[in-house]
Design a protein around this ligand. Structure first.
Ligand SMILES: NC(=O)C1=CN([C@@H]2O[C@H](COP(=O)(O)OP(=O)(O)OC[C@H]3O[C@@H](n4cnc5c(N)ncnc54)[C@H](OP(=O)(O)O)[C@@H]3O)[C@@H](O)[C@H]2O)C=CC1
Ligand SMILES: O=C1CO[C@H](CO)[C@@H](O)[C@@H]1O
Length: 315
């Protein structure tokens, strides 16, 4: 089955379901990418900070070499990490990612966070007291350096991630090249309605990350509520003869979002893509949105004093 897409504000096609790759270990992720391509995925979400881009590229290139896909058939996303916000470091960061992926261009490059750190070989540079070494580049200056990457043909599109409404507005009002997406956490524990509506009004697609509640995140504790085990979700899944994960992925699609579930498990990779043959009713969606529990998985709380920290207005 051809991968269903949405049309971005620059006319490019963005496959609605992509494979997430955070916490996909080296030694495993190349096979996951290959399994995903065989299952019909044409969209891969990566980042410098995931430290596995070399293998993500290996998986993609293996399938190109086999003749299963051509480069132009897949949509490859990466993200500018917080240590490279200085406009003069932006191009080098993308070139490094392309080298890791062994690709000539990206389809989409996102500013991973509006917050930024001092340039470093460490991903999270810290002082001796263990505090993050923040930097203070204006997100618009960093974004303008990303616009030049489109001009240079190094990426087809650019976008943002973890930006709040004010930050999205600041970029859209001043950008020469509009961001195509804002990639943000979204699942029934974090609905992000206002942000989603605002982005829609600006013709910016929401890409929903941690759609399954990120059960494998490194800091999950036994006391955390587990989205995939919510009784109402299990009931809806049973009714449709679908898995709870398929219901959560379908929920994002019906909100008009693009969605990037991560898995390195072949049968999950396959079933997470089998979400285009059923529809949730309005009342089922209401039930999913009524779990009465709010959780932010990626809060980056160590950065809450940075002037561009996006979640200080959150309840
Ligand atoms: N822009 C940003 O700041 C962020 C972006 N992201 C992106 O979004 C992607 C997805 O989010 P992520 O936080 O990884 O979490 P997800 O919500 O996608 O959950 C992934 C976890 O769910 C498990 N899983 C996958 N499919 C199923 C299934 N069918 N049934 C049961 N369990 C399942 C996976 O296990 P297993 O792999 O073992 O099968 C893994 O432990 C990331 O991988 C990354 O690409 C994520 C966080 C922040
Ligand atoms: O994409 C992400 C996953 O992990 C990172 C932390 O290690 C987050 O900062 C980030 O948003």
């Amino acid at each position: 089955m051809a991968a269903p897409t949405v049309t971005l504000n620059n006319g490019k096609q963005f496959p609605i379901v992509g494979l997430g790759t955070w916490n996909s270990p080296p030694g495993v992720v190349a096979q996951a990418v290959k399994d995903a391509i065989d299952a019909g995925y044409r969209h891969f979400d990566g980042a410098h900070v995931y430290e596995n881009e070399h293998e993500v590229g290996e998986g993609i290139n293996a399938k190109i070499a086999e003749g299963v896909i051509k480069r132009e058939d897949v949509f490859v996303t990466s993200k500018l990490w917080c240590t490279f916000h200085d406009p003069k470091d932006v191009r080098g960061a993308l070139e490094h990612t392309l080298k890791q992926l062994n690709l000539d261009y990206l389809d989409l490059y996102l500013m991973h966070w509006p917050i930024c750190y001092q340039k470093s070989t460490e991903l999270f540079p810290k002082n001796e007291a263990g505090e993050i070494l923040h930097a203070n580049f204006d997100i618009l200056d960093t974004y303008r350096a990303m616009e030049e990457l489109v001009d240079a043909g190094l990426t087809k599109s650019i976008g943002i991630s973890n930006f709040n409404i004010k930050q999205v507005e600041y970029i859209t009002k001043n950008a020469r090249i509009q961001p195509v997406t804002n990639q943000v956490e979204c699942n029934p524990y974090l609905l992000n309605k206002e942000l989603s509506d605002f982005c829609k009004s600006k013709n910016i697609v929401i890409t929903a990350y941690s759609p399954l509640g990120s059960p494998g995140r490194p800091w999950a504790t036994p006391d955390d509520r587990v989205l995939l085990k919510e009784p109402k979700l299990l009931e809806i899944a049973q009714k449709h003869n679908k898995t709870p994960a398929q219901i959560l992925i379908r929920y994002q699609i019906q909100r008009g979002h693009v969605v990037i579930p991560k898995s390195v498990t072949k049968d999950r990779i396959i079933s997470n893509f089998d979400v285009f043959n059923f529809t949730l009713s309005d009342s089922e969606i209401k039930d999913l949105e009524n779990f009465n529990y709010t959780e932010r998985i990626c809060s980056m709380s160590q950065d809450k004093h940075h002037p561009a920290y996006p979640f200080n207005d959150d309840a």
